[in-house]
Design a protein around this ligand. Sequence first.
Ligand code: 13P
Length: 336
Amino acid sequence: MRQLLDEAAKGGYGVGAFNVNNMEQIQAIMEAARETKSPVIVQASRGARSYSQDRFLYHLMLAATELYPEIPMVLHQDHGNSPETCKSAIAMGFTSVMMDGSLMPDGKTPSTFEYNVSATREVVEAAHAKGVTVEGEIGCLGGIEDGHGAGVDALSHLTDPDQAVEFVRLTGVDALAIAIGTSHGAYKFSKKPTGDTLKMDRLIEIHRRLPTTHLVMHGSSSVPKDLQDIINQYGGKLKPTWGVPVEEIQLGIKNGVRKINVDTDSRLAITGAIRKVFWEKPEEFDPRSYLKPAREAMKKVVAQRMTQFGQAGHAGDYVPIPLDEVARGYQQHLAA
Ligand code: 13P
C-alpha cells in the first residue's frame, strides 16, 4: 500500500479503501476499478475475516488478482485490534495492516498514548520486515463498526496535532488515521456538517505539521440521499441522516489525505437494490436475481467515488513492487 499512497501523493489524488465481506463486494470493486482504470485498496475488518473464515476471503482476493492483472491492488486489514490480529493478517498475505491502538484490544476502550505507541511500533517492526505497510490511528472515531469502536461522541476524542507528530516520529507508521469528527456507519451527522461538526481545519493543521505523512480519513461514506431514499421507498426504515460531503473529502485530498475509507455507501447501495427486487418481485427466490443488481449498485457507487477521489485513470501509472523488495527498502531506510 505504501507504493500506492506514494504514487497518489505524487499525483495529488486519493485512493478509496472499500470494505468487503464476500464475493459480490470484491467483484463490484474490481469491476469499478477496471471501468475507471483505478488502483484500489480492498479492506477487511476483523468481523469480515471471521464472517468469511479468512481463507475464503484470501482466495477470492487471489482470484481478483488473476482476473484483473492490470489493476494494482492492496489487501488491507481494517482496524486491527491487536498486534496478534495484524500479524495473522501479514501471515495470511495481506499487503497492508492497520494497527488501531487508539483502542485497547477489546476494540472499545480508548487506550493511552503509551500503549498506542508500543503496540503500533511492534506491528511496524513485524510488518516492515515483510514489506507490509502499516496504518496507525491517533484520536478515536465515533460510532461502532463490526463491533469495533468506542461508541464515543465523534468530537470527544479528536486528534491532537502535537500528539500526531510525536506518534509518527515514535512509531514510523506509513499512514495515519485521524479523528476529525467522522464516525462509522450511516448516522454520522444529524444535518449537513459544518466546520463545528466536521473539523477540516484540524486536518489541515495536522497536514501542515506532517506534510509527508499520508493521512487517512475513516468514516468517509457520504450516505447519499438517493441511496437512503431507495431503501425507504422499498420498505426500509432509515432515519434522516447526513454523511461526509464529497467536496470535504476532496478538500482533504488537497491536504494530504491519500486513503479514504468507505463501507456504508456500499452497504446502502446493496441493501437498496435487494429491497427493490424483494418489493417488486416477491415471488423471486433465486439469489442471483437480487445479488446481481446489488453488485451492480455497489459497483456504481464505488466507480463514482473512484472518479471523485481522483484515482481514476491511474491504474497503469506504475508496476507494483514485490514485497521483498519493499522490505529491503525499509531496511535501507532504517540503516541510513
Ligand atoms: P463508513 O461507515 O463511513 O463507510 O466508514 C468506513 C470505515 O471507516 C472503515 O474503516
